[in-house]
Design a binder for this molecule. Structure first.
Ligand SMILES: Cc1cc2nc3c(=O)[nH]c(=O)nc-3n(C[C@H](O)[C@H](O)[C@H](O)COP(=O)(O)OP(=O)(O)OC[C@H]3O[C@@H](n4cnc5c(N)ncnc54)[C@H](O)[C@@H]3O)c2cc1C
Length: 306
């Protein structure tokens, strides 16, 4: 029943006035301009939290838009470095032309990683839907060869293939060119053939993957707001005595800030994902369609203040 209600809300919301959507979106999105993103990031930095900034706008229809996106990212890096923000950069390959011209996409992202590496900084490649996984793995490995310490990838625990992908990737893990992953559950609506649908199975796989990464000395961004996973991660960190500079927790801007503060108070590194940009409306409504469960959070954020 709850599922049906969530789905109904998620279907209707994209047709609501933009102003109405902004009521909940503003909690999760830093604003429309790079200055908005810097302001939010500075405030998070003051709370002892570092950031990863993401310019919204996954869907492009021509390669010119990919070039525009590239220019904007180069500007973001220049502005963030100038403002001395403690943070790095996240991006989605489809925004840089992955579906239109994969070679151009590689060159575009290479340009961004090159600039980040000049500032001794880092770029995280977000993982998109399951059909993009092969391409994004290859893209990551190619970039990692060029910039061994400045690029990382996201792996999704809900995908049945991830365990095997991780084993393959571990072959590329060397002291001079270490792997660096963000581990998340996965946000897209994938079919049961390829993805675990049951929450417990996803969590079990998440902790199995995390354990393997930590044991192999892979740097992991533990990206979750799920208390059970955070507890499981704490246990693994204790069990293997994982040094503090080999992992971090990651959360989305606006989600579970109290839990975030408690992790920071426990002495762990925390990074918040800060999305911003003109495409906030598209981002919010797409997230809703992909994951109707988010409708619950929207309703909550509209009716329950604070
Ligand atoms: C830093 C970061 C980067 C990510 N990058 C990617 C990526 O590249 N590719 C990808 O597929 N997915 C990505 N995700 C999304 C991720 O895959 C999950 O869909 C998302 O984090 C929800 O899963 P969860 O582990 O928080 O657990 P859930 O069980 O979904 O959530 C646990 C609890 O957190 C709270 N919560 C979760 N989401 C919200 C929300 N939106 N609003 C309010 N409360 C909420 C609720 O209290 C919920 O009960 C990312 C997530 C994070 C934190």
């Amino acid at each position: 029943m709850t599922n049906m209600i969530n789905k109904a809300i998620a279907t209707v919301i994209p047709y609501c006035p933009k102003k109405f959507i902004w009521v909940f979106s503003k909690k999760y999105i830093a604003g429309v301009s790079v200055q908005d993103a810097i302001k939010v990031s500075q405030s998070l930095n003051e709370q002892g939290v570092c950031v990863t900034v993401d310019l919204l706008g996954e869907f492009i229809t021509n390669i010119r838009q990919a070039d525009e996106h590239l220019e904007e990212y180069l500007q973001i890096i220049a502005s963030f470095e100038k403002a001395q923000i403690k943070g790095n950069y996240s991006l989605k390959p489809t925004s840089f032309g992955l579906l239109i011209d994969p070679e151009k996409c590689y060159q575009n992202i290479r340009g961004i990683v090159a600039l980040a590496s000049k500032h001794k900084n880092f770029v995280r490649i977000d993982m998109e839907d399951a059909q993009r996984v092969d391409q994004e793995l290859l893209l990551y490995l190619r970039l990692k060869r060029a910039f061994p310490n400045n690029v990382g990838l996201v792996l999704q625990a809900y995908l049945k293939r991830t365990q095997a992908d991780l084993e393959e990737l571990l072959k590329e893990h060397t002291p001079d060119s270490p792997l660096n992953f963000r581990l998340c559950k996965g946000i897209y609506n994938e079919s049961a053939d390829i993805a675990f649908k049951d929450g417990e199975k996803i969590n079990r796989n998440y902790l199995k993957l995390l354990e393997r990464m930590l044991c192999e000395g892979v740097y992991v961004g533990i990206a979750t707001h799920d208390q059970a996973l955070i507890k499981g991660a704490y246990e693994l960190i204790d069990k293997y005595n994982v040094p503090k500079d080999m992992y971090e927790f990651q959360m989305l801007y606006g989600v579970t800030p109290k839990l975030r503060s408690s992790i920071v108070a426990d002495g762990h590194k925390m990074r918040v994902y800060v999305p911003y940009g003109e495409d906030w409306f598209g981002y919010s409504t797409r997230r809703l369609k992909e994951n109707p469960k988010m409708a619950q959070h929207i309703i909550k954020s509209i009716f329950v203040k604070g």
